[in-house]
Design a protein around this ligand. Structure first.
Ligand code: M6R
Length: 614
């Protein structure tokens, strides 16, 4: 989703700004732009990739020591150059609306009262050249400017409702950039006689590793060799400077064609890293004080979005079956707005790859506002807002995930959630030493088991050839493999644009069976568990209607290929941890189907990697 980079320096910062945007490209965007001070405001904007913007900047010789840059993921107004950031103010006295005005501004987030503000500014004579909510902020800052940009931004933010991270500069104060955040992430990078702003530390990799994480409501005044932070009440605020070894988002593809493919194949390593150092089951794996919290709680509430929500749905089966703790899983964007019954003895667990998902963060805050203070996150980014906001954390070590379709983040989340299950079970007296030893042994074997599943790729490719010319698909699962069916359907729809739905197999005859014809492929996740015989009956229901079955069977499921029934046999039966293995062929199926259909696998249309607006 949108990315911000800003800088104040004595050197030409345009290359740093544009490289910063390149490092944020993985988040997804549809246009980009950069503005600098060079005897006035100068900017370049593009609806092409950041590399194009770089060529434009070079050919137009745009250079300067103070500037801001942005990748935009459209919310208000179509992806178009006139809607791309940075936006300039056009005050009532300024002639042509297209001419650079006084203020340049970039913004992540959504301003909810933009219509009202726009009307008031238009009444004052401000001219708008875009459909964005962002241009409203540029004009608002201009309307409040009386010679001090920091004061103008302070006054402007008081009038904004919604979520924002902004970076702004003014042609009348050429060595100053002001930033503010509320609901969207923004970090300050401290350099030697120069300072930077960015959506995340990764954008500043190689520029500075001295990072200040701005807090909600903070405003920051960046000048050459100094910076100044105030909180939402405009009181001076001290924020720690952290040394952050951010790795560049531009990880090497190596022998792979796409990041998604690379990330699928990295899963044995990612799981191995995530479990590294886990010698025994102990609450301390989740941070200091975990034992006291685990002892105190009587239920679990999981909050997450998308793929992370499905890992939560899988964990519910484990938490209730093994730790015997009542567990609820909620889509964050629903939970944050519904009236629920809070229980202060609940362990609130957020799950997030990025740790910056706006809905999950807001749901967490909502839970806390209801008096639920026991918070834990399973997250892939140790420096993220999610980790900073929760008391306890399990950091998955998937490594940077660049493909928009989440893969290795999912399986590493499952590994973290399984450990959480075992820890809660232990504290609640539901785990014997023998059981603990067996579970740990099974977990340690996962990288090897995953390698064997990845070797099924050629068989999955032959399924993908069938799927490539379909427009609909059904996914079925039962028990803890129902969320795996949901995740398989999400992967397929997200990157191949095939309409895919998942159902608990028992629900088939309550409606979706009406969709089944000889044109409908039905993927069935069929491990050899207690529900296998029931699932086999559901499969018969599909075959009787001419539906084509694609079955992921276990080594010992006793399901054979026959006419209309395509079986891939998993290498070994994996019991409780089998969801981690069964999801892998479904990831590969989505990947190879998308490849056959020629879609943009790593950057599917309309989607962003990090969803920092609600
Ligand atoms: O960073 P998060 O895990 O919080 O992101 C949640 C979802 O936006 C994410 O899982 C999304 O559904 C993926 N594109 C799915 O592949």
């Amino acid at each position: 989703m949108c990315g911000i980079v800003g800088a104040v320096s004595t050197r030409n910062i345009v290359p740093i700004l544009v490289q910063g945007l390149q490092r944020l490209e993985y988040r997804g965007y549809d246009s980009c732009g950069v503005a600098v001070y060079a005897d006035g405001l100068k900017r370049a904007r593009s609806v092409a990739r950041v590399a194009e913007l770089m060529s434009q900047v070079d050919s137009e010789k745009i250079a300067g020591g103070t500037g801001i840059a942005h990748t935009r993921w459209a919310t208000h107004g179509a992806p178009a150059v006139h809607n791309a950031h940075p936006h300039f103010s056009h005050g009532p006295g300024e002639a042509a609306p297209q001419a650079p005005g006084r203020i340049a501004l970039v913004h992540n987030g959504i301003i909810e009262n933009h219509d009202e503000l726009r009307a008031a500014l238009q009444a004052k004579g401000y001219k708008f050249t875009s459909q964005t909510d962002t241009e409203v902020i540029a004009h608002l800052v201009d309307s409040l400017y009386e010679g001090d940009l920091f004061d103008a931004v302070k006054a402007a933010t008081k009038q904004l409702h919604g979520a924002y991270a902004i970076a702004v500069f003014c042609k009348d104060e050429p060595h100053r950039v002001v930033g503010a955040r509320e609901g969207s992430p923004l970090v300050l990078g401290v350099g030697k006689d120069e300072n930077f702003l960015a959506s995340d530390a990764m954008a500043l990799a190689g520029v500075t590793d001295q990072i200040v994480y701005l807090e909600e409501g903070d405003l920051v005044d960046l000048q050459l060799g100094r910076y100044w932070i105030v909180d939402r009440n405009h009181k001076a605020a001290e924020r720690p400077v952290k040394t952050v070894q951010a790795h560049s988002g531009a990880a090497e593809l190596g022998p792979y064609r796409h990041y998604m493919q690379k990330e699928i194949f990295e899963q044995p390593r990612a799981i191995g890293d995530t479990l590294q150092g886990v010698e025994s089951v102990t609450p301390e794996l989740f941070g200091d004080g975990a034992y006291r919290i685990f002892k105190d709680v009587d239920s679990v509430l999981i909050l997450a979005c998308g793929t992370s929500y499905y890992s939560g749905c899988t964990a519910k089966y484990w938490l209730e079956a093994i730790a015997k703790i009542p567990t609820q899983v909620e889509i964050a964007s629903e939970y944050r707005y519904r009236e629920s019954v809070p229980n202060p003895k609940t362990l609130v667990v957020t799950i997030s790859q990025s740790g910056e998902t706006a809905d999950t963060l807001a749901a967490l805050k909502h839970a806390r506002s209801l008096g639920m203070e026991n918070t834990l996150t399973v997250c892939n980014v140790s420096t993220s807002a999610m980790v900073r906001e929760c008391k306890l954390a399990y950091i998955t070590r998937a490594g940077v995930e660049i493909g928009v379709a989440s893969t290795k983040a999912f399986t590493t989340q499952l590994a973290g959630l399984f450990l959480l299950t075992l820890s809660l079970a232990q504290v609640r007296g539901k785990l014997t030493e023998t059981q603990e030893a067996q579970h740990l042994k099974d977990m340690r074997h996962l990288p090897t088991a995953l390698q064997a599943v990845l070797a099924l790729e050629p068989q999955v490719i032959s399924w993908a050839e069938d799927f490539a010319n379909k427009e609909n698909a059904l996914f079925l699962g039962r028990g803890m493999h129902y969320p795996i069916a949901l995740e398989g359907a999400l992967k397929l729809k997200e990157i191949s644009y095939i309409h895919a739905e998942a159902y608990p197999a028992g629900e088939l005859k309550h409606g979706p069976l009406a969709l089944v014809t000889s044109e409908m492929p039905v993927v069935t996740v069929a491990p050899n568990d207690a529900l296998l015989e029931k699932l086999k009956s559901n499969m018969q229901e599909v075959r009787a209607r001419g539906g084509l079955l694609y079955v992921l069977a276990d080594a010992d499921s006793k399901i054979e290929s026959s006419e209309g029934v395509h079986v891939i046999r998993m290498p070994e039966h994996y019991g409780t941890l089998s969801p981690l293995l069964h999801v892998v062929p479904l990831q590969l199926l989505a990947y190879h189907t998308a490849l056959a259909r020629g879609t943009d696998v790593d950057k599917p249309r309309n989607l962003a990697k990090s969803v920092t607006v609600e």
